[in-house]
Write a protein that binds this ligand. Structure first.
Ligand code: AQP
Length: 337
């Protein structure tokens, strides 16, 4: 497909780090939307392994998870014939544009990123400059493809805004170079909270508080059974994120899994306590994830197929990325080779 054909539709870029298992949060906040947008938009979806090494990774685990994540993307419904699916480190232009954009990003801007503050606190023994400049590489990921929309969870909004600021600054200095992207955040499931601590985001790095896409049904049941509900005496299924964050999170998960709205969930479980609501939420997620898990297991055993997908994806992604990078190098004054 030529670049001109691709531009007939608006373009989307997004990615997830293979730094752990895909979670219910990444599914609800990102992947589910990615799938839904495939027909209407020209989509580029990435496994951002270069972002993953901003915190220490075991190399064998990183390799295994990268391939497994590709299998899971496809099992969720991402179609390599419709969308470009690739691995970030296969397309060298990401690192190159990341360097250039770093020279157009202020130290103060990066210091304000809440994800950096959170992750630096979590990995206090290894606060690398890569962790600090992570949003610059993310800006390069998005801008290389001249993306219009970036479907992400609420936690990534600040990074997409910084990406716009960097693009705008570059465009202001050198004339129009980058399209300004916008965050595309789902109405339901934009911020799934931890089952262990409903005041913080469900994260891969918090195994007990998160449900993984590949969890077996008994594991899902166990995790929901232990989910923290609220210490009020009410024991009723009512949405109130301030005073009842635990049960409100379960209502959001149930609503996002079944397509119901919150009020209907409250009505359905009126008069029932947490004891019967938790297994119902577990069942909804088990049914949602069962076909995905089974298909991902099948695909993950077919390494030849996965290799053909990521090779083809890298080739198609490189063509688009190279065009942008060449333009950028010319604008900043690099001599073409
Ligand atoms: N809890 C969540 N609710 C809604 N959306 C979420 N996302 C992640 N967690 C939630 C969205 O899924 C994508 C995952 O991006 P990522 O894995 O590259 O980055 P992350 O946000 O750093 O993921 P984790 O799970 O929080 O990783 P760790 O534990 O390593 O810090 C993004 O679109 C994100 O918004």
């Amino acid at each position: 497909m030529s670049e001109e054909n691709i531009r007939e539709k608006k373009r989307i870029f997004s990615g997830i780090q293979p730094s752990g298992e895909l979670t219910l949060g990444s599914y609800m906040g990102a992947i589910r939307n990615w799938v839904a947008l495939q027909d209407e938009y020209d989509c580029v979806y990435c496994i951002v392994d270069m972002h993953a090494i901003t915190v220490r990774q075991n190399p064998a685990d990183l390799r295994r998870r990268t391939l497994a994540q590709l299998a899971q993307y496809i099992a969720c419904g991402l179609d390599p014939k419709k969308s470009i699916l690739f691995i970030q480190s296969h397309v060298h232009q990401h690192a190159e544009l990341g360097w250039v954009l770093g020279c157009y990003t202020q130290f103060g801007e990066l210091s304000r990123m809440t994800q950096f503050k959170d992750k630096a606190a979590k990995h206090a023994d290894n606060i690398t400059s890569g962790l600090f400049t992570y949003p610059v590489l993310m800006a390069a990921d998005i801008l290389l493809y001249q993306a219009d929309l970036v479907p992400v969870g609420e936690d990534q909004r600040q990074h997409v805004e910084l990406c716009r600021d960097i693009a705008q600054r570059f465009n202001g200095v050198y004339s129009d170079t980058f399209r300004l992207p916008e965050a595309f955040i789902p109405k339901m499931g934009a911020r799934v909270m931890s089952l262990g601590d409903p005041t913080s985001k469900m994260s891969k790095s918090d195994p007990d508080g998160c449900i993984n896409l590949m969890d077996k049904p008994e594991e899902i049941v166990r995790k929901f059974k232990r989910a923290v509900t609220d210490s009020d005496s009410e024991n009723c299924v009512r949405f109130d994120s301030e005073n009842k964050p635990g049960v409100s999170n379960l209502i959001t998960i149930y609503a996002a899994a079944t397509g119901m709205d919150r009020e209907n969930v409250e009505q359905k479980f009126a008069g029932q306590g947490y004891g019967s609501f938790k297994p119902a939420v577990a069942d909804a997620i088990i049914e949602l994830f069962r076909p995905i898990r089974e298909e991902a297991e099948r695909l993950n055993a077919d390494k030849e197929y996965l290799e053909s997908v990521y090779r083809d994806g890298a080739e198609r992604a490189s063509c688009v990325a190279e065009k942008t990078l060449r333009k950028v190098y010319k604008k900043v004054g690099f001599i073409p080779r």
